[in-house]
Design a protein around this ligand. Structure first.
Ligand SMILES: [Zn+2]
Ligand SMILES: [Zn+2]
Ligand SMILES: [Zn+2]
Length: 276
């Protein structure tokens, strides 16, 4: 897609399984009648007829050379997997221990009939996920059924190769978590939840073909997420060839707010598939 054509086995295909914030879009609040003042731009009403306004919880799927990585497993994973007919997963990356990023793990069991799947993340993330879903990480615990998913928690301490992908964890600040991560995967950056990133972390995300970055909304400061202006500033500093914003609330209208973006930036949407 960018620059000289790559050999087929080196092309990274990315599917945006979900692009919404933890509430999803439309959030239940809007459906419960508070929409008039709550839904500033009427995105939820528009979502009834335009699927690009509907956002399931954030996750991406990466494919290269026949291998499949999934970064984050949202609570909407089941419907995302059905929509895209995801037939195989070779490894899982988790950015952090918030439920919108690992709440779909129980549905991974369909992919572990034949094998144990490695789940990579920081020690903190793996601790939170394995406490929440202990039976999936401990094959001896059969109290919840006799066919639990078979998952192996693997701490990701630094850059390493995973199933043919070069993966580098990128520490970011996101609320009270101490070990929230973004990832550099080959020359793609994936940072779904971030308030602040140190200069050292920014350094890990230079020279990207593609940056996939948190942009929560355009107004009302949030304690743990970047808003549109800060996301655009960070994207400009990192200067990737292309930037897709994700993890958005109903306060982002891709049509009207899209006019504010630089030519190489875009609001992503559920189901978008790109080749890098
Ligand atoms: Zn999140
Ligand atoms: Zn709304
Ligand atoms: Zn989060």
């Amino acid at each position: 897609m960018y620059g000289l054509p790559k050999k087929k086995e080196h092309v990274l295909e990315i599917t945006f399984l979900g692009t919404g914030t933890s509430h999803g879009v439309p959030p239940l609040d809007c459906m419960m009648g508070a929409a008039a003042e709550f839904c500033r731009k009427g995105v939820c009403r528009k979502s009834e007829t335009d699927p690009k306004h509907r956002r399931t919880r954030t996750s991406i799927l990466l494919q290269k050379g026949g291998k499949v990585l999934i970064a984050d497993v949202s609570m909407d994973f089941r419907q995302q997997a059905l929509r895209h007919r995801v037939k195989n997963i070779d490894a899982i990356l988790l950015t952090h221990g918030h439920i919108d990023h690992f709440g779909g793990l129980p549905d991974i069991r369909s992919y572990t009939e034949e094998k144990t799947l490695d789940v990579y993340g920081s020690a903190e993330t793996l601790d939170i996920a394995s406490r929440a879903f202990r039976y999936m990480f401990d094959p001896r615990d059969l109290r919840y059924g006799d066919s639990p998913p078979r998952l192996r928690a693997v701490e990701l301490c630094g850059a390493r190769e995973i199933e043919g992908f070069a993966v580098t964890p990128v520490p970011v600040v996101h609320g009270y978590l101490k070990e929230c991560r973004g990832f550099r995967i080959d020359d793609t950056g994936y940072v779904p939840d971030v308030k602040y990133m140190s200069p050292e972390s920014e350094e890990l995300l230079h020279g990207l073909d593609c940056l996939i970055l948190n942009c929560l909304r355009d107004a009302r400061e949030h304690s743990t997420h970047m808003l549109l202006d800060k996301s655009m500033e960070l994207a400009r500093r990192l200067a990737p060839k292309k930037c897709y914003f994700i993890h958005m609330t109903h306060d982002i209208d891709y049509e009207t707010d899209g006019k504010l973006l630089d030519s190489w930036m875009e609001f992503s949407y559920d189901g978008l598939v790109i080749s890098v």
